[in-house]
Design a protein around this ligand. Structure first.
Ligand SMILES: Cc1ncc(COP(=O)(O)O)c(C=O)c1O
Length: 370
């Protein structure tokens, strides 16, 4: 048997939210509600659809290597230099590029105990050592993360807002943390859900980017822009770091349709604001429903909520699957009685609550009988 590198035996394949097509096949259901992968249930901009259509004639041709036209447009919008932007096949790829480019064997990487799993996987692949720090109430413990930094630390990930808990770190605490992280340690701020965060406690990190050369910000077109299938996200960092990552990336890592759709999406703030507003309404509805049902949940600044259903997550997951609703069970993330639900369209949120209520009533009736 040909053996892979030893690091590969330490990791598992990424476990995504169950695909709609798979559940349809398994259960013979025609209508499925997917509330499992934090996608945008409201679709994507019609301008993106037009741009894709018109770019189709270019399919025989490779895209440009650094997406310069999109970079220029995004740079103007974000007030950074185009050479401070690197695009990836999703921000997933930028996480991989950062690890590939910077992690040496034995380097430590500090991250929250329950956070986006791709940090840990990529660090392990490179022979690095993930240092996972316990959370406090589903929130990064920045003091403990700072304490964990030593001379072996190469990188720190702060997922803000955090996936899967949806929480943000408090503004002043984050500002102090950014100030204290030593300059030889790369600080990666993963802001995949940036556009959804509306708390006055959310820190805008972009204005700090040029002040802290060790800082990286990750954002994506997969969430509020609704382009998850096209795979395009980006990292903002010093131009020197970008030049290193560009040597490591595949030349044509971002495809033409993704570039065209992302670029057009930047011209449609109306679609983005509409998605944010509808998500906010859904968030309020779900929070209120959970309050009525006496269920605790982490305060979310994203398009998903992690709620404690007080029952085995796996059982709730299976029950909801039978009803054609896909969510994420928390036992896979260290929260055995919690589930993570992506905020959906109004009718889907209502149906989810109805089914969850039915499950809990049934469960209570069984408990009372026995
Ligand atoms: C926190 C976080 N970072 C990064 C990603 C990767 O997103 P994408 O590769 O689609 O840009 C996700 C996707 O769910 C995420 O939740």
């Amino acid at each position: 048997m040909i053996q892979p590198r030893s690091q590969i035996n330490q990791i598992a394949m990424y476990s995504p939210g169950k695909p709609v097509e798979e559940l349809k096949r398994e259960k013979g259901l025609s209508k499925i509600i997917k509330m499992a992968s934090n996608e945008n249930p409201f679709g994507y901009s019609p301008l993106a659809a037009e741009a894709i259509q018109s770019e189709m004639k270019e399919l025989p041709f490779y895209p440009e290597v650094t997406s310069p036209i999109l970079a220029e447009k995004l740079a103007n919008r974000l007030e950074v230099s185009p050479d401070q932007i690197i695009f990836g096949s999703g921000s997933d790829e930028v996480i991989r590029l950062l690890s590939r480019t910077y992690i040496n064997e034995g380097d430590e990487v500090v991250m929250a105990g329950v956070t986006f799993p791709r940090y840990k996987t990529n660090v392990v692949i490179e022979g690095g050592v993930p240092v996972e720090i316990d959370m406090q109430n589903g929130t990064h413990d920045l003091d403990a993360m700072y304490q964990a930094i030593n001379e072996k630390t190469k990188m720190v990930f702060v997922c803000n807002p955090n996936n899967p808990t949806g929480t943000i770190v408090e503004k002043e605490a984050l500002r102090r943390f950014i100030e204290k992280v030593p300059s030889h340690v790369m600080l990666v701020m993963d802001e995949a859900y940036y556009e959804y965060a509306d708390s006055s406690q959310y820190l805008e990190t972009l204005p700090l980017l040029n002040q802290y050369e060790n800082m990286v910000i990750l954002r994506t077109f997969s969430k509020v822009y609704g382009l998850a299938a096209l795979r395009i996200g980006y990292g903002l960092m010093s131009s020197e770091m970008v030049s290193h990552l560009r040597k490591v990336k595949e030349p044509f890592n971002v495809n033409r349709l993704a570039e065209a759709a992302a670029s057009a999406s930047l011209d449609d703030d109306e679609f983005m604001h509409e998605s944010i507003n509808l998500n906010r309404e859904g968030r309020e509805y779900l929070n209120n429903s959970f309050d009525h049902m006496n269920l605790g949940y982490f305060p979310t600044q994203t398009n998903f909520i992690m709620v404690d259903v007080g029952a085995p997550a796996e059982e709730v997951y299976e029950y909801l699957l039978d009803e054609g609703i896909i969510i994420r069970p928390g036992h896979l993330m260290g929260y055995p009685t919690m589930i993570r639900v992506t905020i959906g369209k109004k009718e889907d949120n209502q149906r989810f609550i109805e089914c969850l209520q039915a499950y809990l009533e049934k469960k209570n009736a069984n408990v009372n009988q026995s």
